[in-house]
Design a protein around this ligand. Structure first.
Ligand code: CTP
Length: 471
């Protein structure tokens, strides 16, 4: 296990604790990820000390440079120091007991084993000694190593106790399962089903952190299936849960929109690590339950689901405590536009429609195309190929038009100010009418995207509106 300790940080800590005669260990995610061969070069390091974590943090900070900042979390008895790319967390070994209505523990000092017991999963409860005489010794009382080998998520204690102590761990179980492609051991999984209601005492910020990590997994559907099947999804993200299921009427059936959505998310995850584009995939059909209608001629329809979906995005983001800034606006835009390239790929593509799509999507056009391609979840290979070929034509056209007309960051060449000055008018609705007419004429290819052409066009349109050019 000494290999796990090759970072010089561990030797520095070892010197300090050995001179003071206090046992200390590296624990948790650092050990787990090292054994899994996952990247550990910039991850957080958790140091457990049988004594005061805060004292050790100060001593360590002194050792690496007297101006090093120590951030102390008094209520938890922990402290954090940044060193190069690492955030090092110093924690005193403890026993914890929890109140039913809160995630905040009542903390008492404890031994290494007390501390390992109170951790969430066996794979996170492994420790490596940093004391000089036992340096590198591996302490694994709950067989975390074997669970790592068999890709199993299991709690060290009775799972009812572990989850009831801290219900966020139910989300963490699902997240690790999705992130590491592990399975949740049966008893542990049954306990999640039993305890799902306890998730209500967990803050939404912590829940959404875990949802984001699930979304960023290689195959996020694994996590979302577990959330749905365990019943957690209905409590934390009901709009997504309501997408599941199929209905049949007059022999006509629609697809299960939940399954479709998580397949789209898996598809997009092969192409991008952009969290917000992945969120857009998760939300693109979110208004399907709301807009679902049955029409005997047409079968099932979801008219306007892209529009209603975009309208739902802010409330969902607010409820989940996701940021309401430009990332939300981006997801909204993706949801609103997600059908546009599909429509184009099914019709004869006109230059004008391509220009409008470029104008509406702007710099996000490439992301929109990735979303649309991910949206093809047919099982029929020939159909998939046909769709992808059509999208290829749309992509080619987008490229040609963009090269010719540079519409992506298009700003109409005539501003409201020019209109006002030319006709010697005050700001009024005619200014807006003229601006729109110029924009439409350019996007429809009636006039080139040039100042002189737009100016002449404006004069003509102005005249039609009864405006006179100032002489
Ligand atoms: N832990 C726990 N219960 C929690 C959160 C954390 O028992 N609700 C313990 C686990 O032993 C975990 C360690 O604290 O390994 C550190 O927690 P954290 O940094 O949140 O997670 P990591 O396991 O390090 O994993 P990641 O960095 O991927 O979140």
């Amino acid at each position: 296990m000494k290999k796990c300790l090759k970072n010089p940080i561990f030797r520095i800590i070892s010197e300090i604790v050995s001179n003071d005669g206090i046992p200390a260990f590296v624990v948790g995610g650092y050990v787990r990820d090292f054994l899994l061969n996952r990247k550990t070069s910039d991850r957080d390091i958790d140091i457990l000390v049988v004594g005061s974590g805060i004292d050790l943090a100060h001593k360590f900070a002194n050792e690496i440079g007297s101006d090093t900042k120590v951030t102390v979390f008094k209520t938890f008895g922990t402290a954090m120091v940044r060193y190069h790319e690492h955030q090092i967390e110093f924690v005193g070994a403890r026993k914890e007991s929890y109140r039913r209505d809160s995630r905040k523990p009542i903390v008492e000092d404890g031994t290494l084993e007390d501390d390992q017991k109170r951790r969430d999963f066996t794979i996170n409860a492994m420790a490596i000694s940093l004391s000089r005489d036992t340096y590198g010794e591996f302490i694994d009382p709950f067989n975390g190593l074997s669970d790592l080998m068999f890709k199993t998520i299991r709690t060290p204690l009775n799972p009812d106790k572990t989850f009831s102590d801290d219900p966020l761990r139910m989300m963490r179980a699902v997240r690790f399962s999705s992130q590491l492609d592990f399975n949740i051991e049966n008893k542990t999984y049954k306990s999640i089903i039993k305890n799902i209601e306890r998730i209500k005492i967990v803050s939404k910020e912590r829940i959404v952190d875990e949802i984001n990590k699930i979304i960023l997994s290689d195959i996020p559907s694994k996590g979302f299936n577990l959330l749905e099947q365990s019943g957690l999804l209905a409590l934390i993200f009901p709009e997504l849960d309501q997408m599941k299921g199929v209905e049949i009427k007059e022999g006509k059936q629609h697809k299960d929109n939940f399954i479709h959505t998580i397949n789209v998310l898996d598809n997009i995850s092969k192409k991008t690590d952009n969290l917000w584009l992945r969120w857009a995939a998760l939300m693109h059909d979110i208004a399907k339950p709301k807009t679902k209608r049955f029409n005997p001629q047409l079968g099932w329809t979801f008219h306007g689901h892209e529009y209603w979906g975009a309208k739902m995005v802010p409330d969902i983001f607010r409820n989940l405590r996701l940021p309401l800034h430009e990332k939300m606006v981006y997801v909204q835009k993706m949801v609103l536009l997600h059908l546009r390239p599909i429509v184009l790929s099914q019709e004869e593509v006109t230059d004008s429609a391509i220009r409008r799509l470029l104008f509406d999507a702007g710099d996000d056009i490439d992301d929109l195309m990735i979303l649309c391609e991910a949206d093809i979840t047919s099982k029929n290979e020939a159909k998939i190929k046909e769709h992808l070929d059509n999208f290829q034509i749309v992509r080619q056209k987008l490229k040609e038009i963009e090269e010719k007309d540079t519409i992506r960051n298009f700003q109409p060449p005539i501003s409201g100010d020019i209109i006002i000055k030319t006709f010697n008018i005050k700001p009024c609705k005619e200014v807006g009418i003229l601006k729109n007419a110029i924009k439409d004429a350019i996007l429809d290819g009636e006039i080139p995207n040039k100042y002189e052409n737009a100016f002449q066009f404006m004069l003509k349109k102005g005249e039609e509106l009864g405006l006179e050019k100032r002489t």
